[in-house]
Structures are given as C-alpha cells and as structure tokens.
Design a protein around this ligand. Structure first.
Ligand code: PMV
Length: 322
C-alpha cells in the first residue's frame, strides 16, 4: 500500500457555521463561506499496514489518542473495502501560539492522505464530504481561496465548492489575544447553543440569507458588503452563544479592545472588519494595501501579536510513495 503525504490549509469562516442538524453526519443548519489561509496548514502522512494491530497517530512527533482518527479512518476503510490499520503522522504548521483552529486543516489533510493511501481517487466534492465527517469546517479546507459549504439536505448534498477568485486583494490579520487552549470545545458548545439558545432559530434564518448574500457580494467585488456581512455573521454567532443556557462567551477583554480599534479604523475610512471564532482571537479581514496601516494602529496594544496572511491554496498531495 502507498504512503501518502498531503497538505491542507486552515480556513476562517466569513459566514460562520454554528450548529449541526445531524451530529452524526455533521450536516449544518446553515451554509457557510470561508477564506483558506496561505500561512497555516497541516501536513499528514498515512500508511495502511496489515501487520499493525491498531491505528497509530502522532502529532508533531508525539503519540496521541486515536479515537476520533480511527472513527474517521473507518469511513475511508469502508469506502475502500479495507480492514488494515494505519499509521498517521501529522505536523501542524499553525504557529502553536496562534490559537487558530487546526481541525479544519487536520481533517482535510487526513481525508486526502488517507483516501489516496487506501487506493481511492475521490473527486473534490467527495473529499469535501469525507472531510466534513471529521470536522464541519474541514469540508471547506479542501479548496483554496474562497469556499462555499452549501448546507445540503443529506450526506450526498452537503459539501463545499470553490468560489470564483475575486479581483479583491483580500488579506487577513490575526490578533493573538490568548494562545492557550479553548476553555470549551466548539462541538459541545454548538450542541448546547442549538438546544438552549432562544436566538438560535433567528440565527439560522439570518445566517443562511447572509451566506447567499456573501456569494453575491464576492462576485460583485463589493468589499464593503463582504466586510459588513463578515462582521455581522460573527457577532450574531457570538450572540446566540451568549444567549445559551448556561450563558457563555469566548471573548476576553482584549477581544473587545481589538474590535473597538477595528471600528475606529473603519470610522477613519479604513476597510477593516473583525471576525471571531471559537476562541478569543480576532481576525481582521481587509485589503492588502491597508495591512501596514492597520498593523501600525494595533501595534501599541498588541505589539508582536499580529500575524498577516492572505488566500491560500487547495489541499494537495505532496508525496506518494509506492
Ligand atoms: O468545524 P468545527 O467543528 O471546528 O467548527 C467550526 C466553528 C467555527 O470555527 C466557529 C465557525 C466556522 O464556520 O469555521
């Protein structure tokens, strides 16, 4: 069997995914739109070995529990008609201090490496469907640049596709508020938001319309609308989380500090919009010519805790050894 190494990049949702209609199949309540990032990625090597007693998984050289990985590999084994266990080695090139979600790049890289190593040649659509089963956001990391994950109705119809490359020179600045691990994982909090937040039904109808509006704004290269929709989707997601029982927020005081600096910049005519995920860090969506000015405005507060990136490539196979 082949040994395959694949690379997939992280993505940040401009229109968020928050909440599963079907937790087993990971079917979302709403569609989402994301930007795959150039500088943060995961490399994963997979080799199925009939003589192995059980799957083995290392992350950056350190042995890890295999529960989630084995459940995911089972999907690949099923499709390929294979029973062998696998050796999986991953390396995260997401700066450990970045506090960026790496589950998207992790499961996209694993979907590509494992399916190829098992002898499958999946289409981008089927890879996206497979990656989705590991982590919803991973469905989007199969693609470079902008991706749309249409919520779909079932396993066959819920997958991401690449959106056309915009003329806009999109850039993203990551503001590192806190590098530590998340206090609450997104999986459990998503489920609790769906179950208890009275705002959740409103989030679903608003966010689904926003996803379709985002596709149109991107196609029109209308950055003011792209940025506005980005910030609204994030704020509304965090509002549903605040309204859950028990109430919760990922935000820290510096999250608000960064957001208010972004608002001030915007009042001065700088196109800058904030988006936050399942953690306190702030990502600023802007256009490349404004990056230096935004970083200069944030540097007195955040110093070196500012990382700049832009659109990154699709998931790809790096090496395939027979
Ligand atoms: O794919 P998950 O389970 O890590 O969830 C991702 C959730 C957010 O990052 C908050 C939003 C998104 O669409 O990526």
């Amino acid at each position: 069997m082949k040994t395959v190494t694949a690379r997939a990049h992280t993505n940040i949702a401009l229109i968020k995914y928050w909440g599963k209609k079907d937790p087993e199949l990971i079917l979302p309540y709403t569609s989402s739109v994301s930007l795959t990032l150039a500088d943060f990625y995961t490399d994963t090597t997979v080799h199925f070995e009939p003589q192995l007693k059980a799957d083995q998984f290392t992350l950056d050289g350190i042995s890890q529990p295999t529960g989630k990985i084995s459940a995911f590999l089972d999907l690949v084994r099923q499709q390929a008609g294979l029973s062998a266990s696998a050796r999986v080695e991953s390396h995260n090139h997401v700066p450990t201090a970045a506090g960026l979600a790496s589950s998207a790049s992790a499961f996209a890289a694993l979907a590509l490496a494992a399916s190829r190593a098992a002898g499958l040649a999946l289409s981008a659509r089927d890879l996206s469907r497979l990656a989705r089963r590991g982590s919803g956001s991973a469905s989007r990391s199969i693609f470079g640049g902008l991706a749309l994950w249409q919520r779909g109705d079932d396993d066959a119809t819920s997958f991401a596709t690449a959106l056309p490359k915009p003329a806009l020179p999109l850039a993203m600045i990551v503001v590192l508020v806190d590098a530590g691990p998340k206090p609450v994982g997104s999986r459990a909090l998503m489920a609790n938001t769906v179950a208890t937040s009275p705002y959740y039904p409103a989030w679903v109808s608003t966010n689904e319309k926003a996803a379709q509006a985002m596709v149109a704004a991107l196609a029109a290269d209308d950055f003011a609308t792209v940025g506005h929709l980005t910030e609204q989707s994030s704020m509304q997601m965090h509002a549903t989380i605040l309204a859950a029982d028990p109430a919760f927020t990922y935000w820290q005081p510096e999250t608000l500090t960064a957001w208010s600096l972004v608002r001030q910049l915007r009042e001065q005519g700088v196109p800058a919009y904030a988006t936050m995920d399942a953690g306190p860090n702030v990502k600023i969506l802007t256009l490349a010519p404004y990056v230096a000015q935004i970083k200069a405005a944030l540097a007195p507060t955040f110093g070196q805790r500012l990382l700049t990136t832009g659109p990154g490539p699709a998931a790809r196979v790096l090496t395939e050894v027979p």
